[in-house]
Design a protein. Structure first.
Length: 317
């Protein structure tokens, strides 16, 4: 199973500001100047760039949530349709318009706008040889997508997108096969309802849990979920806030970095990937919060990773 992150921002797309980009560039130039002075003859631009620390080594990315999973037998699963799905669609477009059928599976956590707004810009959806199966716990998912593309909101309606589409309604804790992958939806605390997904391939488990608000009073209820998600190999989870922000935004549906890691440790997760970054946070802000609040109680028991667009992870038996 191969997992690729195509969108890691929360709430709204967040292009890097000119001020932030310039500040990063100045810092990089200062560091390069210092390194060059040490030994001008052996200075390597490529080696220097490869040695840059977070967050100077690359941008976290400004697109909203989209995660792409490829199964060993060729299954293609897309989790959520934030603006990151446009970039994924550009990569898949040669397959979609190459003359051969392309089958995609889109699993929708919920329909808050930052999780569906990329859909109208997903190029494979305009190909008549593309078949898309939508899966969710939302009875009227098709109606919601139609409303997003009402002519008042977008110039192309849903039925004008020439791909073949089918909609499948799932139930919590039921196991559903997609090829050799087994998927279980799990409800999460979030305004308007939201589900996470557990994906199993062989003996490996991946969890997609955004958006979710984990609070202390949820601990006992979450322990009831533990048999379904305990020991997963990789968890992608909402970690939008600092602790102070989370305390000021109770009921907003998002989790602090500290609580996300606490949840992962409670569920005995091997690797936790912190995502859904707050749009008002710069890359440096996000990194600072994780450095200050993202320390697990047992560092040897869990690997904590800051989500960046383009990151890829592979799970193999």
């Amino acid at each position: 199973m191969k997992i690729t992150l195509f969108g890691v921002r929360g709430s709204v797309p967040t292009p890097q500001s000119q001020k932030e980009e310039r500040a990063k560039l100045v810092q990089i130039l200062q560091m390069a100047k210092a390194e060059w002075k040490k030994n001008p003859d052996s200075f390597s631009e490529e080696a220097f760039l490869n040695s840059l620390p977070n967050p100077l080594d690359q941008h976290l990315g400004g697109n909203t949530t989209c995660v792409y999973v490829e199964g060993a037998k060729g299954e293609r699963l897309i989790f959520d349709m934030g603006t990151g799905i446009r970039v994924l669609g550009n990569q898949l477009a040669p397959l979609a318009f190459g003359g051969n059928p392309l089958h995609l599976n889109i699993l929708v956590s919920h329909t808050h706008w930052d999780h569906i707004q990329g859909w109208p810009f997903f190029k494979p959806a305009y190909s008549p040889t593309t078949h898309i199966d939508f899966y969710s716990c939302i009875p009227n998912l098709e109606e919601r997508l139609v409303r997003q593309q009402h002519p008042e909101n977008f110039p192309i309606t849903l039925d004008q997108m020439m791909s073949k589409k089918a909609y499948h309604l799932w139930k919590e804790f039921e196991s559903y096969p997609i090829g050799d992958l087994k998927v279980i939806p799990v409800h999460l605390r979030h305004p308007g309802s939201c589900v996470g997904y557990r994906v199993r391939e062989g003996g490996k488990y991946f969890l997609f849990c955004t958006d979710v608000e984990y609070r202390d009073e949820d601990r006992e209820a979450l322990l009831e979920l533990k048999p379904h998600i305990k020991g997963a190999d990789i968890l992608v989870i909402d970690a939008q806030y600092s602790t102070k922000e989370a305390e000021a935004k109770v009921g907003w549906g998002h989790t602090s970095v500290q609580k996300a890691i606490e949840f992962a440790e409670l569920m005995e997760i091997k690797t936790v990937i912190l995502t859904h970054h707050e749009p008002d946070h710069t890359d440096a802000d996000v990194l600072k919060i994780i450095q200050e609040e993202g320390k697990p109680k047992n560092p040897a028991g869990i690997n904590v990773i800051l989500a960046k667009e383009g990151m890829t992870f592979t799970l193999e038996d």
